[in-house]
Design a protein around this ligand. Structure first.
Ligand SMILES: Nc1ncnc2c1ncn2[C@@H]1O[C@H](COP(=O)(O)OP(=O)(O)OP(=O)(O)O)[C@@H](O)[C@H]1O
Length: 267
């Protein structure tokens, strides 16, 4: 498989007993790309990610991550990627510094490397002055950036983010995405799942997953054009409607209109 790609999967499939959660997924993610996986709840995004991270063995198909085989080199994959889940994987009763230090030990950084890297990451995450705060006492946005720092401690070339901005405020989301851009500009490949369509539009390429299958993939511009839509949210809804045969009743604009009318009636 070619080395210009950080992730390649062919017919990647995962079954849980008789249920097929991921059904023949083909991905080619170039080095340095920000790649988004989109899809409704239960579509199979996290299961796909867990296979790519080397924590879940596929039922069928093949794949390479950073040139490493998904089956025979899963442990090497786990060591070489950065992973951040929506639950942030922090130790809430440890301080900011202790969390970073803990992750540095897991990846066997030397004492010198550890000190230097932790200082870099504290700065990157804007956590200066908060080093001695317990992670559990940080607000959502700070926790999120600390978790990102922990995921980057060993300078991974591939960063995998599973709904990293779920539950954080809009300002924190923007700050987080600025960091993501900076990392991509440094050549780090980023695979991210999100339910936020503004975030999806910030990706270089995206795939829509529905019931374990990829329905469409391309740049956000290509997908918007292909459906003659105004934005990725409308494209997403259009695919869901096609697949379920059910019309999603109203756009947000229509809803605002309906609410205004109701307000009007009350007066
Ligand atoms: N360990 C498991 N055993 C059985 N079924 C599972 C398991 N893990 C996931 N599933 C099922 O596989 C399907 C896909 O789940 P997955 O978590 O990958 O979806 P998702 O797209 O990440 O959803 P969300 O957006 O809600 O996080 C779901 O129906 C889920 O219930």
């Amino acid at each position: 498989m070619k080395t210009e790609y950080s992730i390649i999967t062919e017919n990647l499939t995962k079954k849980f007993d008789d249920f097929t959660a991921v059904d023949g997924i083909n991905l080619k993610i170039r080095k340095g790309q920000i790649y988004g996986l989109l899809g409704p709840n239960g579509a199979g995004k996290s299961t796909t990610i867990r296979m790519i991270c080397g924590v879940l063995t596929p039922t069928k198909g093949k794949g390479e991550v950073l040139g490493l085989d998904l089956y025979s080199q899963a442990e090497d994959i786990r060591q070489n990627i950065g992973y951040m889940s929506q639950r942030f994987s922090l130790y809430e009763d440890l301080t900011v510094l202790e969390n970073l230090s803990f992750y540095a030990s897991i990846y066997s950084l030397t004492r010198g490397e550890k000190k230097e890297r932790i200082a870099e990451l504290i700065k990157m995450a804007g956590l200066e002055g908060k080093e001695k705060r317990l992670a559990g006492q940080l607000s959502g946005g700070w926790k999120q950036r600390l978790a990102l720092g922990c995921a980057l401690i060993h300078k991974p070339k591939l960063l995998i983010l599973d709904e990293p901005t779920a539950g954080v405020d809009p300002v924190s989301r923007r700050i987080f995405w600025e960091l993501i851009y900076q990392l991509a500009n440094q050549g780090i490949t980023i695979l991210v799942t999100t339910h936020y369509m503004d975030e999806a539009e910030s990706c270089d390429e995206v795939s829509f997953i529905f019931k374990g299958k990829i329905l469409a993939k391309g740049t956000p511009e290509e997908l918007i054009e292909s459906k003659n839509a105004n934005n990725l949210e409308d494209v997403f809804i259009s695919y869901v409607e096609e697949q379920t045969g059910q019309k999603v009743k109203t756009s947000f604009n229509d809803m605002r209109f309906i609410c205004n009318r109701k307000e009007g009636r009350k007066k």
